[in-house]
Design a binder for this molecule. Structure first.
Ligand SMILES: Nc1ncnc2c1ncn2[C@@H]1O[C@H](COP(=O)(O)OP(=O)(O)OP(=O)(O)O)[C@@H](O)[C@H]1O
Ligand SMILES: [Mg+2]
Length: 332
């Protein structure tokens, strides 16, 4: 299928047309509205006009972004881009998504390389360590919170992980030492739903209100982890507690074409940057953080059954953090 065939149908405009676009997890209101100049998208949320114009100024030298038609503090207007988000395209037609996904990654890697410096990262995951720890401690496995299970040594899908507080200590120290190494400019919300393929074949990045300097592992984790976190389905899990051990086994299913898109499309584009900069442990720590943080959106995404599976995916990143070998077991 060509990219044109999967584009959103353009509705015949009339001056009354206005539709609400399904809200994401950010809480912003997003409306598609017809104006005499054509279709526009109006986003409204507290400070969104300030945040997205700031983000646009930072990113515009590096990424293709929609122009701002109008804004005030709490709203912003963009031209409507008539095309699929890359996550939709990947689901409908993975072959057609591969090229645009690669091009998007190339642009982001170039941005990280151009903006890399020794300014310590203070934003993003570094600033969210305490909140991330809280999310994990409050997460639930069967009838237990992880706080209830704190004294147990975890074995997840046959791999010894150890105690949660030890895992969180390793996570925190890895993120903090990565932050001390320096930072790069990142988009800030790199999930594949925030990239739109225009009919011209160009990919527009949207939703850039949190652009800023971060450790690059965070952006990489969002690119690698998006499909596993959002598109994996829960099959079954089992928790067995015995002699101070919490033995967790999980079964999930990820569409094989999405899994190979990540393995053969996303990862190879990022591997050079990860290897050259020696950032495998950092990426694994950011993946663990990303999966933990996704736990807070499960209810909004209607995916509460994924809780034990995301916990397992998060904690299974620990060996890779410790030995510096990225192991994407969640793609198997
Ligand atoms: N300029 C645009 N042209 C076409 N569609 C758009 C445009 N801006 C936003 N959208 C659509 O609206 C959706 C939500 O917009 P956006 O990502 O900016 O808001 P959000 O609520 O912050 O999203 P989330 O919380 O899911 O990240 C996008 O995924 C996209 O489908
Ligand atoms: Mg979005």
């Amino acid at each position: 299928m060509s990219s044109e065939q999967v584009s959103t149908n353009i509705i015949t405009p009339n001056s009354e047309d206005c539709e609400t676009i399904e809200a994401g997890v950010s809480g912003a209101s997003v409306k598609k509205v017809y104006r005499s100049s054509g279709w526009v998208v109006i986003k409204s949320h507290q400070d969104i006009g300030i945040d997205e114009t700031n983000g646009r100024n930072l990113l515009s030298p590096y990424l293709k972004l929609p122009e701002v038609l109008e804004f005030d503090d709490n709203s912003i207007v963009y031209p409507y881009i008539p095309g699929p988000n890359l996550d939709q395209l990947a689901t409908i037609s993975p072959d057609n998504a591969l090229g645009p996904i690669r091009n998007t990654l190339t642009a982001h890697v170039a941005m990280w390389n151009s903006t890399c410096n020794q300014e310590p990262a203070t934003g993003g995951y570094v600033a969210k360590i305490a909140k991330t720890e809280k999310i994990l401690w409050e997460a639930r496995l069967a009838q237990n919170s992880l706080t209830d299970l704190a004294t147990n040594d975890f074995i997840i899908n046959g791999v010894k992980i150890g105690k949660i507080n030890q895992a969180l200590y390793v996570l925190k120290s890895t993120i903090e030492s990565a932050a001390q190494r320096g930072s790069v400019l990142t988009h800030g919300d790199e999930g594949w739903n925030n990239h739109i393929l225009a009919p011209t074949g160009e990919v527009f990045s949207i939703d850039f209100g949190t652009a800023g300097r971060r450790i690059p592992g965070e952006a990489i984790a969002k690119f690698i982890g998006w499909f596993p976190a959002v598109a994996i389905s829960a099959l079954d899990y089992n928790l067995f507690i015995e002699n101070g051990q919490a033995i967790l086994t999980t079964e999930t299913k990820l569409d094989p074409s999405l899994a190979s898109l990540v393995k053969d499309g996303v990862l190879p584009e990022l591997q050079g940057f990860i290897d050259t900069q020696g950032r495998s442990s950092e990426v694994a720590a950011c993946l663990m953080t990303y999966f933990i943080r996704e736990l807070q959106w499960l209810k909004k995404r209607g995916r509460e059954e994924m809780e034990p599976h995301l916990i397992a995916m998060a904690l299974s990143c620990l060996p890779a953090i410790m030995n510096g070998k990225l192991n994407l077991s969640f793609l198997e």
